[in-house]
Design a protein around this ligand. Structure first.
Ligand SMILES: C[C@](O)(CO)[C@H](O)COP(=O)(O)OP(=O)(O)OC[C@H]1O[C@@H](n2ccc(N)nc2=O)[C@H](O)[C@@H]1O
Ligand SMILES: Nc1ncnc2c1ncn2[C@@H]1O[C@H](COP(=O)(O)OP(=O)(O)OP(=O)(O)O)[C@@H](O)[C@H]1O
Length: 278
């Protein structure tokens, strides 16, 4: 029976600090080895049990987000067979490599599990490759196509700047542009990270294998990476996921905020957000 109770849920941006493409399955999906952390910035949802499914999308990044059955927030509720009325306040750009739709889906699954007492479902990667990591919600290494998770408990909080240069990159097109599908994974054992600087130094020796095809499709990804690398205090800059969002890492939040001002002044149309990753 329908109730008025609304569960509030937060859907943080997912950042792939590394993304090694290590193989390809028979169905065409790629095997990955990726270290993921989450930002203190994300979409905000309200979820209530209802007689029929409903979705309202608002917020600064709502333009162009589907409001019908294509929306992953609605698909997540349908996946567990619950009718839900969902409000989605969009703060993350879509098709941006930071897991917007997957994070919304994970937030809906968590909220509905709380409202109904049902356990979280298995096989959530069928909703989207990033849904299992978004359900996990904190620093994690993902392998396979995203279903093999190992905790990364020793990562320090990382001051970071996220920049999206205003170009949507469909994930499938970026994978299709990969020249080599069998690249080396990260080392079996990850080091212990004692500080943001130590972690950034190690991350510099790792890769995002999707960066080259994304830059070829959208040269503005390269422009944004160059701009970030030139900001004061930036240890490293890399693309997240299949792009086009890029990030840089700093020692302090003050450095990330100062860098944000510099980038905003030079590129007023870009989405620029200082955050902390955890
Ligand atoms: C690249 C990542 O963002 C890394 O976190 C994710 O693996 C992608 O997650 P996602 O956007 O939820 O991806 P999906 O919507 O499941 O897949 C979109 C398309 O990208 C390609 N795809 C995706 C994931 C993967 N491991 N290999 C692929 O080849 C497939 O063509 C797929 O049809
Ligand atoms: N809740 C949602 N928020 C944003 N886009 C959504 C949502 N549900 C479905 N979509 C559709 O999914 C497409 C991909 O958007 P999404 O934000 O999930 O990006 P993504 O780059 O695939 O994320 P990632 O690859 O990091 O998982 C969008 O173009 C949009 O049409």
């Amino acid at each position: 029976m329908a109730t008025e109770r609304v569960a509030e849920a937060f859907a943080p941006a997912k950042i792939n600090l590394t993304l090694h493409v290590t193989g390809r399955r028979a169905d065409g999906y790629h095997l990955l080895d990726s270290l993921v952390m989450f930002a203190d910035l994300g979409d905000r949802l309200g979820v209530a049990l209802a007689d029929t499914p409903a979705l309202t999308v608002t917020g600064p990044m709502a333009a162009g987000v589907p409001v019908d059955g294509r929306n992953l927030a609605l698909r997540a509720a349908a996946y567990i067979g619950v009718n839900a009325a969902i409000t989605l306040e969009k703060h993350l750009p879509a098709a941006a490599g930071i897991g917007g739709g997957s994070s919304d889906a994970a937030a809906v699954l968590r909220a509905l599990a709380g409202l109904t007492g049902q356990p979280l479902p298995d096989d959530t990667e069928r909703l989207g490759a990033d849904v299992p990591i978004c359900l996990y919600g904190r620093a994690v290494r993902m392998r396979g196509v995203g279903e093999r998770l190992s905790p990364c408990d020793n990562a320090p909080a990382l001051p970071a700047l996220l920049v999206n240069p205003g170009v949507e990159l469909p994930t499938a097109r970026v994978f299709a542009g990969l020249e080599c599908h069998d690249n080396p994974p990260m080392p079996d054992a990850l080091p212990r990270f004692h500080s943001p600087r130590a972690m950034a130094r190690w991350l510099m020796t790792m890769r995002n294998d999707l960066e080259a095809p994304a830059r070829a499709l959208a040269p503005r990804v390269g422009t944004a990476l160059d701009a970030l690398r030139h900001t004061a205090g930036a240890h490293m800059a890399r693309m997240s996921g299949s792009g086009a969002t890029v990030f840089a890492l700093y020692d302090t939040g003050a450095e990330a905020t100062a860098a944000a001002e510099v980038i905003r002044a030079a590129h007023p149309g870009w989405w620029v957000q200082p955050v902390t990753l955890g």
